[in-house]
Design a protein around this ligand. Structure first.
Ligand code: G
Ligand code: G
Ligand code: MN
Ligand code: NA
Length: 252
């Protein structure tokens, strides 16, 4: 309960920070995008992992204002990077509750306009669990977001109640294959699954992203499976904006 109280105050007390993790396009060998990942600097506990506070934020509904802040903050940062001449896109996690909220499409539009960021540079990551609740409403919102030019990515694919049929029924542009599959990519069975997902996704015109790439050897296999983009510790862990600039953007 005390953590919940602290979480309620965290936005006003400006204890949140957005970290960024690069995504590499294997065809051009360029960092084309970064994923925004929220961090909480708790006044006493120090760094609280999102794995611990995101579920709490979702239970309490606090994820709605917090998620709005992440979206605004990361779009602002991306516009700044683009103004500096870096051709970079932003990928932001969207929680179930944010998508359910009535004004989500208007909110996304508003934040893009506010930052003068072209919708083509924003990707919203949704998860499979979110896809099955309020299906008709969810599908409509996702379609509207695509209509305004925003990219939709299906995150953590292969976990939970994943289904290959999502790849042909959901209005999505990207599919991010969960790191558990990439971790075991040397295992023949896992590799066959990833291969199937990649083939079906490609036939639908979806871009496939491999998450959790840690070793160089994984990249050769990933590339042979027709996967176009990678993300993971091999490139970098999520880092603050300044570090992102130093490590990746200044070289462009
Ligand atoms: O970043 P890791 O960086 O430890 O993130 C842990 C979990 O928290 C992941 O499942 C990630 O998707 C989720 N997460 C991180 N930032 C955000 C955010 O801004 N919004 C939502 N909804 N989830 C986030
Ligand atoms: O659930 P989502 O995919 O949005 O969150 C990504 C999560 O994966 C974050 O917690 C992020 O820090 C973590 N992550 C990113 N790259 C790697 C990696 O190479 N290995 C592992 N173990 N975790 C990673
Ligand atoms: Mn994600
Ligand atoms: Na993921």
């Amino acid at each position: 309960l005390s953590l919940e109280n602290d979480l309620r105050k965290a936005l006003v007390k400006e204890e949140f920070e957005v970290y960024y993790q690069p995504q590499l396009d294997l065809n051009t060998n360029r960092i084309v995008s970064v994923e925004a990942l929220l961090r909480w600097h708790h006044p006493e506990k120090g760094f609280v992992s999102p794995a611990d506070f995101i579920p709490l934020a979702e239970e309490t509904g606090l994820i709605v204002p917090i998620g709005e802040w992440v979206l605004r903050e990361s779009c602002k940062q991306t516009k700044k990077w683009r103004n500096q001449g870096h051709d970079i896109s932003i990928s932001v996690n969207l929680s179930n509750q944010q998508l359910i909220s009535n004004h989500i499409v208007e909110l996304v539009k508003e934040i893009l306009i506010e930052n003068q960021l072209d919708p083509q540079y924003l990707t919203l990551e949704i998860t499979e669990s979110l896809a099955i609740t309020n299906l008709t409403d969810t599908l409509n919102k996702l379609k509207k977001l695509q209509e305004i030019g925003v990219t939709i990515a299906l995150d953590d694919f292969g976990t939970g109640y994943s289904s290959l049929s999502y790849l042909s029924t959901l209005p999505i542009n990207f599919v991010k294959i969960d790191k558990s599959f990439i971790n075991d990519i040397c295992d023949k069975t896992k590799r066959e699954i990833v291969k199937s997902v990649s083939r079906i996704a490609s036939s639908r015109g979806l871009t496939v992203v491999a998450e959790g790439v840690e070793e160089e050897e994984q990249i050769y296999i990933i590339q042979s499976l027709g996967i176009g983009m990678i993300q993971g510790y091999y490139l970098s862990k999520p880092v603050p904006s300044k570090e992102m600039e130093k490590k990746f953007l200044e070289k462009l």
